[in-house]
Design a protein around this ligand. Structure first.
Ligand SMILES: *Cc1c(COP(=O)(O)O)cnc(C)c1O
Length: 389
């Protein structure tokens, strides 16, 4: 028997609340029968509130990357030009998906660890009126940076340019009111902020994105989002067999979220982020994204010569599971995630495990007081919170 709890402080999968696990353990129901329709209707209603949209939010049986692929297939014709905002691994993924679809890809890059400046997007759109889409992350999970999607939407919403936002590590973590901001496509996955196991993704289009999709010839049998939307609206079902248990789990997770309320959810995320940042700084380690940081995870620079994979391995001896960076920052950074069903005590465990692992591996003491600093930041943050980044 293991005598330690496992704490998943990783940017997906994230810990699953007992309520969600128990809901998913109920006997199977059939995806074409009334019991399931009731689950879908209740879930749909809560998803629209979470996404801040009057449009449908489609559940798709695939990981988040599947929804990214579906969006690119359904919104753009082969040969159309799109601008990819790229400052990390997931930005690169947009470029790969778009290129595979046969789009003409222009990339707007920024160094890993920094955000794309909105003026650069404006300039690029001014300079090239043939651009039909901007593909971006709300939160670049490989670096822990938040891109200014809200500001970019102010530009795209008045042009014939679709703003396609990968919110896989943002939805349920920071506010993403897509209709209010003017985002044309918002995507998320089940395994990050939503506290559900991996395998389900969610996608919403704006009204004008649906209009555009009607003019794009279907290029993929499985991801025919127009048909998916029609099936949802007419029957509250999905085109193919639904991931029944995951959707039941999602309904339970959304019930939990709306029992607490979105402001409380985002306030907690602010508090956890403030804790992680204060604790890491107090122990004398350097934050990788000093500005424009996201609320779901914190990237830490490793001390010279120490590989983050060694640190995550050591920390796992305490039951704390964290992530390394991602290529090319794989060994230079460590990512302590605080998304989903994570609370302040988990962050204390994470900070302690990080400090202990670094000290054990280097034989050198870091500064004392990290946990006190983290708790002070939590209490301070709960008073006044950055809920509208
Ligand atoms: C996790 C993540 C993805 C990939 O999602 P999968 O579910 O692994 O396909 C894409 N984008 C961002 C921003 C992510 O955090």
């Amino acid at each position: 028997m293991k005598l330690l709890s496992t704490r998943l402080l990783t940017p997906g999968p994230t810990p699953i609340p007992d309520r969600v696990r128990l809901a998913m353990a109920e006997p199977m129901i059939h995806h074409r029968k009334p019991d399931f329709v009731a689950v879908m209707d209740e879930t749909q209603d809560m998803l629209r509130r979470l996404f801040g949209t009057e449009q449908v939010v489609l559940p798709l049986s695939c990981s988040g990357t599947g929804a990214m692929t579906a969006a690119v297939h359904c919104l753009f014709e082969k040969g159309e030009r799109v601008l990819v905002a790229e400052a990390g691994k997931f930005g690169e993924r947009w470029a790969e998906i778009a290129a595979t679809r046969g789009l003409d890809v222009a990339t707007l890059s920024a160094p890993w660890g920094s955000a794309i400046a909105p003026e650069r997007v404006t300039d690029a759109l001014d300079a090239d009126p043939s651009i039909r889409g901007v593909l971006i992350q709300l939160s670049e999970t490989s670096t822990g940076v938040q891109h200014p999607v809200r500001e970019i939407a102010e530009q795209t919403r008045n042009r014939d340019v679709m703003l396609v936002a990968d919110g896989i590590s943002s939805v349920g973590i920071a506010p993403t009111p897509m209709d209010e901001w003017g985002v044309d496509c918002l995507i998320t996955g089940s395994q990050k902020g939503l506290m559900v196991p991996p395998g389900l993704s969610l996608l919403a289009f704006s009204a004008r994105a649906w209009k555009r999709a009607e003019g794009v010839a279907p290029s993929c049998f499985y991801f025919n989002l127009l048909k998916e939307k029609a099936t949802l609206l007419s029957r509250s079902q999905t085109m193919f067999t639904s991931p029944v248990s995951l959707i039941i789990g999602l309904r339970e997770a959304l019930r939990m979220i709306f029992e607490a309320g979105l402001p409380a959810l985002y306030a907690r995320q602010c508090g956890l982020t403030a804790m992680a940042r204060a604790g890491i700084s107090a122990m004398g380690l350097e934050l990788f994204a000093p500005e424009h940081y996201t609320l779901g995870l914190t990237s830490v620079k490793m001390p010279e010569g120490l590989a983050s994979s060694a640190v995550t391995k050591k920390a796992a001896e305490l039951g704390v599971i964290m992530s390394t960076g991602q290529a090319p920052m794989k060994e230079e950074t460590l990512r302590l995630a605080h998304m989903g069903w994570v609370d302040w005590a988990d962050i204390l465990a994470g900070l302690h495990a990080l400090q202990w692992a670094v000290e054990s591996l280097t034989g050198r003491k870091l500064s004392a007081g990290a946990l006190d600093a983290a708790m002070a930041a939590w209490h301070e943050s709960m008073k006044e919170c950055r809920t509208n980044p």
